[in-house]
Design a protein around this ligand. Sequence first.
Ligand code: FES
Length: 172
Amino acid sequence: MNDHGCDECTKKNADKQWKRDFPIEWEKDHYVTRREMVKFLTLGSAFLVMANGVMAIAGRLAKPGAFQRRTVALASAVPVNSSVLFRYPTDEDPCILVRGTDGQLVAYSQVCTHLSCAVVHRPEEGVLFCPCHHGYFEIVEGRPTAGPPTRRLPRITLEQSGDVIFATGVEV
Ligand code: FES
C-alpha cells in the first residue's frame, strides 16, 4: 500500500508503530511477566517491612503514659476476702479488685484468658472463677490453676493515696 500522506494513511502508520512498540497479542495480554511479578513481590515485601517498622516505632512511642491514672475504689470499702468491680483502662474494660485473706489488694482484668467470659471472685474458695468452662485462677498472681485457661489474667497495677486506690496500668 502506498503512503499518500492522507489522514487514513497517517492513522494506519500510527497503528503499525503502536504494534511495533507493544508486540503483544490480545490473547496474551493478560499474562503477567516474571519481571512484573518479581517487581510486585519486591515492592509488596518492602511495603510490609516499612509498615512493620512504623508500627514498632509507634508502639514504643505510645507506651509512656499510655495508661491514665484512674480512681478504682476506697480501700476502706473493700473488706478482707471481698471484691469490687471497676472498669480500666476504658469504660469497655471490666476489671476486678480483690482483697485476699492476707489483706493484700490486687486487681485483674475480668476477661478470662480462655474465651473472654467474665471471671468472678469466689471468696469461699479464695479464687477467681470463670463460669463458662469452669476456669480457676489463684488470687495472688492471677495464674490459672484449673480448667481450660493457660495464661494468667492481665494484672492492673495499683497505687494507694490515703484511702483512695488508683489503677495506673495493665501488665499483660
Ligand atoms: S471462657 Fe473462661 S474458662 Fe472458658
